[in-house]
Design a protein. Structure first.
Lengths: 316, 316
């Protein structure tokens, strides 16, 4: 295969970590490309209100924040290509990135591929996805005006999205397998005060049933050991995230859940390969922590390229 | 001494790290106070254009970013007190914070005290500070309209501020002790293209001389070993930063330069005491990395308080 245009840095993933890395790398004078297979912004584009990204005192949608970051990266001449990265190889000091569109030779790679929602893995989940089952209240909430919906999960995302859904639905059940929520207090309190929200605790969804569309959930109460039916028009699943770390699988160190381990420079085990954002092992997954990772990864990559500049082939 | 109002979290320092910590802590439902001895915003208020904080695609002043973060923190009911913290003690699990205004008992402390400019420590520096010697081009640049100024340093700050000074001064010398600059390429290139800027490399300032005001610099060229005089109206010093870490000195682990060592939760060696931003040991000191630290520190503090809530005295 022929090699396409060459870059100093290829960033895989166009969420906050990747966009921030591009802002820093491109501003640092490096020829920079972001490969994004779907939507610029990554997971945040499904968030209606981001209220804790420092500096935006008025709430912004995740989509708007992503758009601002994209413009900023492009202002410094970072290129964005809507291509899916299939594989990352090495060729001496260089990296070869294979995308849906061909091969690129680059000096450094920053993996900012993020994470994706965990599935419940219960009967009916796949069948009813897009027919009542959703992983994105922001995307699909408006379809449930005056309907009854349920949210599965007890963390920040689950509770925040349940509150969001009360804008549309007439009733929102929150189903959580424990007796206590994990979400931060202020979010819990808002949910407790919301009259449209009803909690179903100590319970798990055993099956999702219906005809063409979802009609009801089969619930199992772990304390009473009773099974019950819950009629719903929609089910929103927020039970955790799984890192999109396949591209480096078997070549770098991972934590138990498959998140990539980096040092504090965001370096992985492969020289010149960095990771940033939700795909990495970290304490707190937020827009600001992902953006910070991206900035640090780009800074480290820039230093590494500078240190090794005599050793790259002339064309690369 | 009487104890003042009690808080869950006291944040020492009102720069981006402290403000971000306040946004997260207060939004998390904790009673939160920031103590700031001088200016909200910390070091960034002296930056005219922040162009790489992800999400602001149009340049903003550091002052404006700080103001936005402050409003956001106050929106979630964080309190800001313009008091200087004199000492931090422990009282069982609680911390006692002594400020210029009295004592506060809190559950957790986040140290976000930042850093301050390193001095040249040459004869005349102290005498002419405020009389031609400055550490803040944004603050004092406008005083040098059509004058001749020099900047000492070769990093990003030095070169960026030199470029900024060309808005006012008719001539800007950059004095750097090495033959190459440390600043990122894009910034270097801008400086090289700027006709008002002249570089004096391999050189150090030996003394600052004048009458009531600065008149000239005594320079020593390390390569030629020659001494020369440089007439200037102003001197801006950008030769590095020193952490403001005295409050925990001798009680937590430091790196060689005195920056506080934390783990990846931003925890110091003292239970319930966290550090964030420029005062900590880190790879890259930027608004976004400080803000990320602040968010993580607040998240960790919140978890620690929750885990220990049965063990705090009822009043605290």
């Amino acid at each position: 295969m022929d090699l396409n245009t060459e870059y100093d840095i290829a960033i895989v993933g166009g969420g906050p970590a990747g966009l921030s890395a591009a802002i820093y790398a491109a501003r640092g004078g490096l020829k920079t490309v972001i490969f994004e297979k779907a939507l610029i912004g990554g997971q945040i584009v499904v968030t209606a209100d981001v209220e804790n990204y420092p500096g935006f005192e008025e709430n912004m949608s995740g989509f708007d924040i992503a758009e601002k970051m994209q413009k900023q990266a492009e202002k410094f001449n970072a290129e964005i290509k809507l291509e899916e990265v299939k594989a990352i190889g090495t060729e001496g000091l260089c990296k070869v990135v294979e995308t849906s569109n061909g091969l690129y030779r680059v000096k450094s790679v920053i993996l900012a591929t993020g994470a994706h929602p965990r599935k419940l893995a219960v009967p009916g989940e796949e069948k009813f996805t897009g027919r009542g089952v959703s992983y994105c209240a922001t995307c699909d909430g408006a379809l449930y005006r005056n309907k009854i919906v349920a949210v599965v999960g007890g963390g920040d995302s689950a509770i925040e999205e349940a509150i969001f859904l009360t804008k549309f639905a007439r009733k929102v059940y929150i189903i959580h397998r424990r007796s206590k929520l994990r979400a931060v207090k202020i979010v819990q309190e808002r949910a407790f005060k919301n009259e449209k929200i009803e909690f179903i605790l100590d319970s798990v969804v055993q099956a999702i049933e219906g005809g063409d569309f979802i009609e009801k959930l089969m619930l199992y109460n772990k304390k009473t050991e009773k099974i019950s039916e819950l009629p719903v028009h929609g089910l929103f699943i927020y039970v955790g995230i799984i890192p999109n770390s396949e591209l480096l699988e078997s070549r770098v160190e991972f934590d138990e859940q498959g998140f990539i381990e980096t040092d504090n420079t965001m370096h992985t085990d492969i020289p010149g390969v960095y990771a940033a954002g939700d795909v990495t092992h970290k304490v707190l997954r937020q827009v600001v922590t992902a953006s910070s990772d991206g900035a640090t990864a780009a800074f480290s990559a820039e230093k590494w390229i500078e240190e090794n500049k005599e050793n790259f082939p002339k064309q690369a």
